[in-house]
Design a protein around this ligand. Structure first.
Ligand SMILES: [Zn+2]
Length: 221
């Protein structure tokens, strides 16, 4: 009886240990620290999104099924300037304003600006299916994103990939042409294109090195 009691306790301890090991990754993802600071969201914004999706993609949608993550830099030095740039619903020409879903500050703080499945205007050709992460930095095209931002992007993309298994591609904005290989690119307005360098090759190399074994497709820098 005594021996059986020890065995039972050992088994119980082992079970608890294994259970804890299994729970840790889920707990870690769920516990990713994200600061919510939503930009203004109204019916007007939703109508502008619908108009944009119709014009550029021939689609009628205000939300997305995420299939890609596009990484950017803000080309500015404070999160506030990016936040207020994205805040308004419309640009001066009356069309949908630019915005990303997340903004990562220099110290790695992750700020969520909209619902994760909102359709936001941040990457021509891919807005219908891509989540955008903006990183504060890159002023005058200098590749100066921080180690803290790299770690925060890795954790954020892991969190998104686990939450939305439909995500398969991760690319930098400057890789937008190469990323057409994904088959995700759609653009109905001819000549609508812009040259991009963000967020720099070394940042994308850092992300690829850390994550390419995790079932995500990256492109050569
Ligand atoms: Zn960009």
């Amino acid at each position: 009886m005594f021996t059986s009691g020890i065995c039972l306790r050992k088994c119980l301890c082992l079970w608890v240990f294994i259970t804890i090991l299994n729970v840790i990754p889920v707990w870690a993802n769920g516990n990713l620290h994200i600061v919510d600071k939503p930009i203004i969201w109204t019916e007007n914004r939703e109508q502008l999104i619908r108009d944009y999706a119709q014009t550029h993609y021939g689609l009628s949608q205000v939300t997305i099924v995420p299939q890609a993550v596009v990484v950017h830099w803000t080309a500015d030095s404070t999160w506030e300037s990016a936040y207020w740039t994205f805040y308004n619903e419309a640009r001066s020409d009356g069309t949908l304003n630019v915005a990303s879903h997340f903004l990562v500050d220099r110290d790695g703080t992750i700020i969520r600006l909209t619902e994760e499945t909102a359709l936001n205007r941040h990457a021509i050709g891919y807005n219908w299916c891509a989540i955008g992460i903006e990183n504060v930095g890159g002023v005058n095209g200098r590749e100066d994103l921080t180690e803290e931002q790299l770690l925060a992007n890795i954790e954020l993309i892991r969190y998104l990939h686990s939450k939305y298994p439909t995500i398969r591609y991760v690319f930098g904005h400057y890789q937008q042409d190469k990323a057409r290989e994904s088959g995700l690119y759609i653009e109905n307005v001819s000549g609508y294109h812009s040259y991009k360098i963000d967020p720099g090759a070394s940042f994308m190399e850092g992300l690829r090195m850390a994550m390419e074994q995790e079932g995500l497709v990256f492109y050569p820098e």
